[in-house]
Design a protein around this ligand. Sequence first.
Ligand code: PNS
Length: 160
Amino acid sequence: MRIAVCPGSFDPVTMGHLDVFERASRMSDQVIVAVLVNKKKSSLFTLDERIEMLTEATSHLPNVSVDSFYGLLVDYCRDHNVNAIVKGLRAVSDFDYELQMAQMNYRLTQVETCFISTNPLYSYLSSSLVKEVATHGGNVSGLVPDVVLKRLEDKLSSTI
Ligand code: PNS
């Protein structure tokens, strides 16, 4: 069985992420979306909220599951028999950092990283931009799954 992992912060999940999950799910028997527990980085959504949104947004993909991890991604991959890390590449600006991580991860445990070229519809999209636009009342519908749109509205109305 081929198992892929799509790691990230997903604060929140965007349509760009979802596109990568869908395409990874066609290439692997099982895909695990793994949310990093990052105690140093402050997030808009709690870990549980991010997992709930990811679970709902991927509910149409039977071979995709959602999990969280703490520490090194390579340790998670080893413990869960992951064959490949799958990530989206939006633009050249992503490449340097992603290549560095892929090479370090390979150096650590020989785990492979596969890059999926992001759908051009979403190449400018990031969780940070979504949060910034939504915070100032901009319209992010179509850029995030419906479940995220609703949660963003709730979250931002309760923090204003
Ligand atoms: O969505 P993000 O924040 O860009 O995702 C980055 C992530 C979670 C994929 C990366 O920071 C990661 O793998 N962190 C886990 C810690 C780790 O393994 N660090 C060494 C990377 S070479």
